[in-house]
Design a protein around this ligand. Structure first.
Ligand SMILES: *Cc1c(COP(=O)(O)O)cnc(C)c1O
Length: 513
């Protein structure tokens, strides 16, 4: 632990450090460092209280506005009353994403499209794929969602490959990824006798891989990325061993929007007889069309013989409602390791393909409705518009001398600064109504371009606001912000478990009335 660095940060961000202090009884050494003389206890407490109040107020704006239901109301409220309240909250929350102030989050968002998805959901809101006898339509929707995405991600591959592709509809990218990782763990145990499973993934791979490693007790070996933010091939080769059950690459990765060298990675995995997973949660519905539009898109899909599975999110650039994603496998033999069955349960013969039991068939109906309505032409057009905005943004951001774009991204643009605190730039943007993603290691901010940013004037406004945010931070170099330190701290202090505890406190706050 670098105590000097720690002291430095303590001086710079006293409020935050004192928030952390709460959790410090488990870290006596750090506790001693933080409790050095010169900091008045009362001041610490005041600052902590202030930070907690800020977070609490931000998270719970409706405390004052509406009744809080600690218990079931003795007598039910009228539907009209409840719906009116729901509508009020919706109205208060839709401004910023609708007007293109937000990175990612809502990928389509046109009212006509939302109404259409809602109508599809309405019509099938009672359906549950657990009861295929009652709702055979869900089986149609899901098998077709899988087939449409599998064909989209194998165009040009031999029909002998394409006809074997299969998959499952899950609740989101995280579930798709976790299903695949569990599948490979069990497959490796059954076929290769591996009992100490390991995964190999770039540091930029989504946190869902960490979650899978944690839940399923798979050791995650992380490999660094190169100067272009692509997975380091030499490090990957070194990280693979006889316990490796899967190698992972992203197309693109969430942080910097960069596609890993999937071809080289998956070829090497194939040579070693190890499965390879492409995480195309973010790019699955954009990259195939970007390629058709002439953008340089490296190979990442089932055209590569080593790619054994792909996760792809219908609820992102597939423009479906939140709550669906697809996990695709190269063949049904792999998928069988994902399926779960119980034959001796008094409740009957039980089987389920994904983690959930009962599932919302209505969401699959809406997802299917999005795919068949948008069609190839629609996704191509959407990609064209999104990529045009991204091209504009990249050119304009590059013109701001204080900023620097990381790598060579397509539609998720991360930028850093060598001269300014980039988190303070983000904070200025937040004050202007934006919701961008703060990233660390290295410190940067990203924006995922969606159809919201293709609306008239949005991209120009973004660049103007970014320029003025940069100018503002530049003009006030000594000022410290309120949220900026969180990222600076998490990126810098050597005691990450303390930061982890702080994040758990946030989740407690989320569930607080
Ligand atoms: C969004 C995303 C995920 C996880 O998806 P959720 O739907 O949020 O669970 C995984 N990988 C990448 C690259 C993503 O962008």
């Amino acid at each position: 632990m670098n105590l000097d660095a720690l002291q430095e940060y303590r001086k710079k961000y006293p409020g935050l450090f004192n928030l952390l202090e709460k959790t410090l009884d488990r870290y006596p050494r750090l506790d001693a460092v933080l409790k050095t003389p010169g900091v008045v206890k009362a001041e610490i407490d005041a600052q902590r209280k202030q930070v907690l109040e800020v977070i609490g107020a931000e998270m719970k704006p409706y405390r004052e506005q509406y009744e809080t239901f600690r218990e079931l109301p003795a007598k039910g409220r009228s539907r009209e009353d409840v719906l009116a309240e729901l509508e009020e909250m919706r109205a208060q929350e839709s401004g910023s994403w609708k007007e293109g102030f937000v990175s990612g989050a809502v990928y389509h968002g046109d009212k006509t499209h939302i109404d259409y998805l809602n109508e599809a959901y309405n019509l099938h809101s009672q359906s549950n794929p657990l009861h295929t006898d009652l709702w055979p339509s869900v089986s149609k929707f899901e098998s077709e969602i899988i087939s449409m995405t599998a064909r989209m991600l194998s165009e040009g591959a031999p029909e002998s490959v394409r006809e074997n592709l299969c998959g499952a509809v899950s609740s989101g990218g995280t579930e798709s990824i976790m299903l695949a990782m569990m599948t490979y763990r069990d497959m490796a145990e059954a076929e290769r006798g591996i009992t100490s499973p390991e995964m190999v993934a770039p540091v930029t791979a989504h946190a869902a891989f960490d979650k899978a490693a944690h839940y399923f007790k798979i050791k995650l070996r992380k490999i660094p990325v190169d100067a272009d933010y692509r997975a380091d091939l030499r490090a990957m080769k070194k990280a693979i061993n006889k316990n490796t059950v899967v190698v992972v690459g992203s197309a693109p990765a969430f942080p910097h929007g960069i596609v890993d060298p999937i071809e080289e990675m998956s070829n090497y995995a194939l040579k070693r007889g190890i499965p390879f997973h492409t995480d195309a949660c973010l790019g699955g519905f954009v990259l195939p069309f970007a390629r058709k539009l002439g953008y340089p898109v490296p190979a990442f899909d089932f055209n590569l013989p080593g790619v054994t599975s792909i996760s792809v999110d219908t609820h992102k650039y597939g423009y479906a409602a939140k709550g669906t994603s697809v996990i695709l496998y190269r063949n049904p033999e792999i998928r069988h390791y994902q399926f779960f069955t119980v034959t001796n349960w008094p409740g009957g013969m039980y089987f389920s393909p994904t983690f959930a039991g009962s599932r919302p068939g209505g969401l699959s109906a809406a997802g299917w409705a999005s795919l068949v309505h948008t069609g190839e032409e629609g996704y191509l057009e959407a990609a064209r518009e999104i990529l045009a905005v991204a091209d504009y943004m990249k050119v304009e951001i590059a013109k701001i001398p204080e900023l620097r774009i990381l790598g060579d991204p397509l539609f998720v643009i991360a930028f850093a600064s060598d001269t300014l605190d980039i988190y303070r730039v983000m904070e200025r943007m937040t004050e202007k109504g934006y919701s961008l993603n703060g990233l660390h290691r290295p410190a940067c901010v990203h924006i995922a371009i969606t159809l919201r940013h293709t609306k008239e004037g949005v991209k120009e406004r973004f660049i103007e606001d970014l320029k003025s945010a940069v100018a503002d931070v530049k003009a006030n170099p000594s000022e410290t912000g309120s949220t900026a330190p969180i990222y600076g701290l998490a990126a810098s202090i050597p005691v990450r478990s303390v930061v982890g505890d702080l994040l758990k406190t946030y989740m407690d706050a989320y569930y607080k009335l």
